[in-house]
Write a protein that binds this ligand. Structure first.
Ligand SMILES: *[C@@H]1O[C@H](CO)[C@@H](O)[C@H](O)[C@H]1NC(C)=O
Ligand SMILES: *[C@@H]1O[C@H](CO)[C@@H](O)[C@H](O)[C@H]1NC(C)=O
Length: 385
């Protein structure tokens, strides 16, 4: 039960959090196109990459959407005169059933559109699209109209039926895929109002990195140390698993801590103070734990006993404070209820496992003692205790 899940989960969680936090600028395009600016759009797994040329008011851009399947279309559009879908000047990537992608422009005149090819209200001298591993990328050059650099934007994904785009779903992501983009400054915003698509993204990144590193991986690493140790076969593997889990949790946790400091310096408000102070305490204790490893006395050293007490009390304090701070963070960021529920679910899972493993550990230890008693009658203390 406890033998296999710890290392796999720690490594998996690391990969997931790192890929989530990965800046969109690290994506490598085919043909080695390089774009100076990149924003992750808030919904529908989409990113916008571009180079803006002020001299001729053009934008070389790539719109990327991940997780697309055959027989789907993706579209990204500027709405020059209005907002939302009607009036959108769209770049369309249509993925056929055989996986080939057709790129074209479509001017959307009404809600009943089937995105038929047409010219736009501004010039698009170049457009092409490709699909690689479920990522559709539409490349285009736009000649920006009306001397502006800031526009309303809208993007979407939907099914292809009989070779032509048909209506997209009406989920919340499909309805929230609107905002503004400024090609000169690189600023984007949601729903054309509140500035800060990128700020919201930072808040989410902070929440995900810290909840998973401090709030999930560290407790798991502690469990690995406590419960794998009892299996003779897991020695010294438990030690490396423990160090791997805690080291990766620490690295991700420090990155999350950094995003938190940045967020904190951009905002004022008394309600962040406790969260910030606990965060700083956690960083300090976590760093001390990392250094304590380097100063660890050998197992037979007489100070090892005190080192163990120090390391355990520090470790349990970190875990307790981490969990408290994750909940404080939930109150501040106030994300959708499901995230808090998911975190509580993970905690319950960990607690249930802890209780079972604790009972199992006691069972094994007592049984071993009994066997040793049988093997060495008259000697109340076993050799290994
Ligand atoms: C616009 O200018 C940039 C450099 O200033 C150039 O690389 C690009 O090809 C030009 N685009 C068009 C469509 O003329
Ligand atoms: C895929 O199908 C389209 C027509 O539906 C065709 O034009 C295209 O050549 C096909 N591509 C491949 C790679 O078979």
């Amino acid at each position: 039960m406890g033998k296999s899940f710890h290392p796999i989960f720690c490594i998996l969680i690391s990969i997931l959090t790192i890929s989530y936090a990965q800046d969109c600028n690290t994506y490598t395009f085919s043909k080695n196109n390089v774009y100076a600016t990149c924003v992750t759009l808030p919904v529908l797994n989409s990113q916008l990459h571009w180079n803006y040329h002020p001299t001729n008011a053009t934008v070389d851009m790539a719109y990327r959407q991940t997780g697309v399947t055959n027989s789907q279309w993706v579209a990204w559009a500027l709405n020059v005169g209005g907002s939302g879908m009607v009036g959108a000047q769209a770049l369309v990537g249509l993925v056929r059933s055989n996986g080939s992608v057709q790129a074209y422009t479509s001017s959307v005149t009404g809600y009943g559109t089937s995105l038929q090819p047409s010219g736009l209200s501004f010039d698009v001298p170049r457009i092409r699209a490709e699909m690689i591993n479920g990522d559709v990328v539409v490349y285009a050059t736009l000649v920006l109209p009306t001397g502006r650099t800031s526009f309303n934007q809208v993007w979407q994904v939907g099914p292809v039926d009989g070779g032509a785009p048909s209506a997209h779903q009406m989920g919340s992501a499909n309805k929230n895929s609107v905002g503004t983009v400024d090609f000169a400054t690189g600023l984007t915003s949601d729903d054309g109002g509140n500035v800060g698509g990128s700020r919201r993204r930072r808040r989410n990144t902070h929440g995900v990195l810290n909840a998973l590193s401090w709030g999930v991986m560290m407790p798991m690493g502690a469990m690995a140390a406590r419960y794998l140790k009892v299996f003779k076969a897991a020695n010294p593997a438990w030690f490396y698993i423990h160090v791997t889990c805690q080291a990766s949790a620490y690295v991700i946790g420090v990155a999350g801590w950094g995003t938190g400091l940045k967020l904190g310096s951009d905002s004022t408000g008394i309600k962040y103070n406790t969260h910030r102070n606990i965060g700083i305490t956690l960083f300090t204790l976590g760093t001390l734990q990392a250094f304590a490893l380097l100063l660890r006395p050998k197992p037979d050293n007489k100070y090892r006993f005190y080192w163990n007490i120090y390391h355990h009390s520090m470790g349990y304090t970190v875990i307790l404070l981490s969990i408290i701070n994750v909940f404080k963070g939930f109150d501040i960021l106030d994300p959708e209820k499901k995230w808090k529920k998911a975190y509580i679910g993970i905690l319950i899972f960990l607690v249930v496992n802890t209780v079972m493993l604790e009972a199992y550990t006691w069972f094994i230890v007592l049984k071993r003692k009994q066997e040793e008693k049988k093997a060495y009658p008259g000697n109340g203390y076993s050799q290994s205790a």
